[in-house]
Design a protein around this ligand. Structure first.
Ligand code: MGD
Ligand code: MGD
Ligand code: MO
Length: 816
């Protein structure tokens, strides 16, 4: 059926049905080939411009997730009250009625005692209907606690574009027009946020543009690049400021965007301070301050000592990058930012786009065209009673906004989530204890650094319900387990995203009848909870769901969970499919047309849209961030502190005005060099569907698709030079120990990591999840080791992010 010919006899040939793959944050529109009610193949949605109607390898793995015999198939309850990794939960099947009844009994108790804020919803991956369960449910019930996974994902990355150009989001890139791509820990043909797009155009990109990859590992992209800069983990900041230094000294900044000296003569000379009024900036602010405070001494020779990259290579990359201006992309990824001192690396690497004028410019970094969907739940204030109003304004459980956790999302103290801190908050009952928790599409006992704290926190919770597809690590601590519909094949909802200059709205769809007794996490399950709460005397949530979600075509209110799902999806995407609504993009004929096509494409993202008014304090692209200064000032005042004190509390070295500019900071590392001689770093797999694909045969069989890795195994990649010193050979079983934990895995001697470092993929090390992911599911023996058991729970505190990169910890390696 490679031709996808739909004209032949449908009963024999089956049918292609549209949905969306949420295996990673690319969120690609796909089609599923359904024969006789079975999904048998996934391909790209040909109507989708963003991913060229193509997919990466991973939607194929989703088929094995769907038909995984280890799935949770019916609701279950725990019969062993003791919780812990070594306790068998002794789950037994129960009905949906009993499961929901048990949950709402616990919730009603909180209403009775006035402790509704002790109710918590933990969100992992999500669709744009998440507001019904993650926002409206706790807020109407009376809790502030909708806690998302965002800060274990990539929030530190957004810190860079926000505090330079007031854009708290990921960028898109104009790959078709670019002439230079400088990647900071990004591996776009294998991961990041536009995998099928990158895979499809990378050959052309390589023909037209130079590609330089800053990554401690020889990644898939690095192996084909013009330049590989195997940076010492966490020392990216040194490279970024040295590249900026070279661009200025060589006179290669973009005059149109940045401006020029009054007399037209370049005064940027190593070590020389410059008068601020000698330069007139156009769309930027603070260039000379940045130079005087930081850049003037940041030569390639200075950076070479810190980053481990030769000065000539730094100079060459800087010059080639800037000569391509403005068609030059400095592409920032979690690799360079999700580290203890990564906030300023995010700023420094993104500031390079400012220097070459590639911000929202041809061949540069882009924002997005708008998508006319509504991703917020309808207003719910009218459904909040007194308890709800009071309690939902209490301090959130994750300690955001504490002195130590500024979490400055969009410039607001405590504006962002501090996901990983929630475990400590639960354990220490600070700011209070949590009594009833529901987690969905998340697995923090596996996916969060310092995972053992989550095992303890989940064990401590008096009541925990997990909405899940597989019996994951987190599931093992649940009192009630609810089987979730698989996102790609069994769930109706929608997302919006961008790749390849196009923004889009795409439906996830129920393309087959589920084999098992599953329900949709974000709509059907909350509906049942609301209905049950109403029967027990708390009708507000149910009233809200019934009254505020209506079919936009018939005006009908939902009478069951499926109708609620359908009407919510139709309502929130109405402007996309309603032909009478004007918009910039595809014209669809109506809801049925949207379901059939599955995707709506925008026009291309505009260039230069914000040049006249970046929404920063100064309205300019800030090299000296007045926006960050104000945010830090506000946070400091809140805690009767000064900004230097906040810097110290958040583990930064900057003092004075350095805190407001992109600058170098030495990498922060756990562990003493003598005891722990190796810098540990990690990466993701091109087969990772976040941490949800390890129980598929194809994941294990093709694991060697990651450079240096081996099928059915979990290897730590060690440079052969170090192998000789340690007396360790490829295939040896080894134990890797950090100051906070150890894992065992297999040694692989490989030249793609630099001596003194050890690199390991994230994704293996499941001790639960299923019989393929775990080496022995019943005995809870992991296949390999979970990186989160050696990564300490540390943070990039200004954004609230968890540090997984930058060589956060040192380790020792021994034969196991
Ligand atoms: P996963 O671990 O992928 O997501 O971390 P989480 O948000 O915790 O979630 C797995 C859970 O979702 C399992 O319980 C599974 O059974 C369930 N599940 C699978 N499919 C579905 C479905 O279709 N619907 C529902 N309802 N449930 C489903 C992700 C987070 O992990 C992220 S975003 C990043 S970027 C981080 N990556 C990362 C890393 O690279 N290294 C290290 N060391 N840690 C990391 N953790 C972070
Ligand atoms: P990471 O894999 O966290 O982020 O986006 P990615 O860009 O994929 O880090 C990228 C790189 O950082 C790795 O190549 C690693 O070797 C490198 N690195 C480690 N330490 C350092 C360092 O100190 N400096 C530098 N310069 N590099 C370093 C994450 C994005 O990817 C997210 S948030 C999600 S949820 C999606 N998940 C996902 C997936 O699970 N699998 C695949 N294949 N793609 C995915 N895309 C999305
Ligand atoms: Mo993520």
């Amino acid at each position: 059926f490679a031709d996808g010919n739909q004209n032949n006899d449908a009963s024999l040939k089956g049918e292609w049905k549209a949905s969306t793959c949420q295996g990673c944050t690319s969120w690609c529109p796909v089609q599923v080939y359904v024969v006789n009610g079975r999904a048998i193949k996934v391909r790209g949605n040909p109507f989708s411009k963003a991913n060229h109607g193509k997919i990466c390898p991973r939607p194929h793995l989703a088929l094995q997730q769907l038909y995984d015999p280890d799935r949770v198939k019916v609701p279950m309850k725990r019969t062993n009250p003791k919780k812990g990794r070594n306790e068998d939960p002794q789950f037994v099947p129960i009905s949906w009625e009993e499961a929901i009844d048990t949950i709402t009994n616990k919730m009603i108790e909180l209403r009775k005692t006035g402790e509704t804020h002790k109710f918590l919803v933990l969100r992992g991956r999500y669709s744009y209907l998440n507001g019904t369960i993650y926002d409206a449910m706790p807020k109407i019930f009376g809790s502030p606690n909708g806690i998302s996974h965002s800060a274990i994902c990539a929030e530190a990355e957004k810190f860079g574009p926000y505090f330079t150009e007031a854009y708290w989001d990921y960028r898109d890139y104009d790959l078709a027009e670019t002439r230079y791509v400088l990647l900071w820990g990004g591996d776009p043909i294998a991961s990041n946020r536009q995998v099928p797009h990158a895979m499809n155009v990378w050959g052309d990109v390589m023909d037209r543009a130079k590609v330089a990859v800053v990554d401690p590992r020889l990644s898939a992209t690095a192996s084909k690049a013009d330049e590989w800069l195997p940076v010492i983990p966490g020392e990216d900041g040194a490279l970024a400021v040295a590249i900026a230094h070279v661009i200025l000294v060589e006179g290669l900044w973009n005059k149109e965007f940045v401006g020029d000296f009054v007399d037209g003569v370049n005064q940027f000379k190593k070590g020389v301070t410059i008068a601020e009024d000698s330069f007139v900036e156009n769309y930027t602010y603070g260039l000379i301050k940045w130079w005087n405070l930081e850049l003037k001494d940041r030569t390639p020779e200075w950076a070479a000592e810190r980053s481990g990259i030769p000065a000539e290579q730094i100079r060459r990359v800087a010059i080639d990058f800037a000569k391509a201006a403005p068609r030059a992309i400095s592409w920032l990824s979690p690799g360079a930012s999700m580290q203890v001192r990564g906030g300023y690396i995010a700023m420094a690497t993104h500031a390079l786009n400012g220097l070459v004028g590639s911000v929202e410019n041809v061949g540069g970094t882009l924002r997005s065209a708008s998508v006319p969907v509504d991703d917020k739940p309808p207003a719910y204030d009218n459904y909040q009673d007194e308890i709800a109003k009071t309690n939902s304004h209490k301090q959130k459980i994750d300690q955001r906004g504490y002195k130590e956790f500024p979490a400055l999302k969009k410039g607001k103290s405590g504006g962002g989530v501090v996901t990983n801190r929630t475990a400590d908050a639960i354990l220490n009952e600070d700011p209070y204890d949590i009594k009833v928790a529901i987690g969905y599409w998340n697995n923090f006992a596996f996916s969060a650094a310092g995972a053992d704290r989550w095992e303890k926190a989940f064990s401590k919770l008096p009541f925990f319900a997990h909405i899940t597809v597989n019996p994951a690590e987190t599931t093992q601590f649940a009192d009630i387990v609810l089987p979730a519909a698989h996102q790609l094949f069994e769930k109706l909802s929608f997302i919006k995203n961008k790749q390849n200059k196009y923004s889009y709205a795409s439906l996830t769809n129920r393309v087959i009848e589920p084999l098992w007794d599953v329900k949709i996490d974000e709509t059907e399950i909350p509906w049942l909870i609301a209905e049950s709460l109403a029967k027990k005397g708390f009708p507000n949530l149910f009233d809200y769901y019934k009254n505020e979600f209506k079919d936009p075509e018939t005006g009908k209110s939902p009478t069951n969970g499926w109708e609620f799902t359908l009407y919510a999806t139709k309502m929130k995407t109405k402007d996309v499919w309603d032909p009478t609504v004007e918009k910039k993009g595809d014209l669809l004929k109506g809801w049925d047309d949207f379901v059939a096509k599955g995707v709506w494409n925008s026009v291309e993202a505009p260039y230069k849209k914000h040049w006249e008014d970046f929404e920063t304090k100064t309205k300019k692209f800030e090299f000296y961030s007045e926006t960050l200064k104000e945010a830090l000032q506000h946070h400091a005042e809140k805690h009767q502190a000064d900004i230097d004190d906040i810097m110290k509390t958040t583990k930064y070295l900057a003092r004075g005005e350095i805190a407001f500019i992109p600058h170098y900071e030495e990498a922060f590392r756990w562990g003493d060099e003598k005891e722990y001689p190796f810098i540990f770093f990690e990466h993701r797999s091109r087969l990772n569907r976040e941490a949800r694909s390890a129980n598929t045969l194809w994941y294990q069989e093709f694991k060697d698709a990651d450079p240096g890795d081996e099928s059915w195994d979990d290897v730590a990649k060690i440079n052969p030079v170090d192998g000789v010193k340690l007396g360790i050979k490829t295939g040896d079983k080894i134990k890797i120990t950090s100051p906070t934990g150890s894992v065992t895995c297999t040694a692989k001697l490989w030249e793609g990591v630099r001596p003194g470092t050890v690199g390991k993929c994230y994704g293996q090390g499941h001790w639960a999840y299923g019989r393929i992911a775990a080496l022995d599911y019943n005995k809870k023996i992991a296949r390999g080791g979970n990186n989160n058991e050696i990564l300490p729970a540390d943070y990039e505190r200004l954004s609230g992010s968890t540090a997984r990169h930058g060589g956060t910890t040192r380790v020792k390696i021994e034969k196991a």
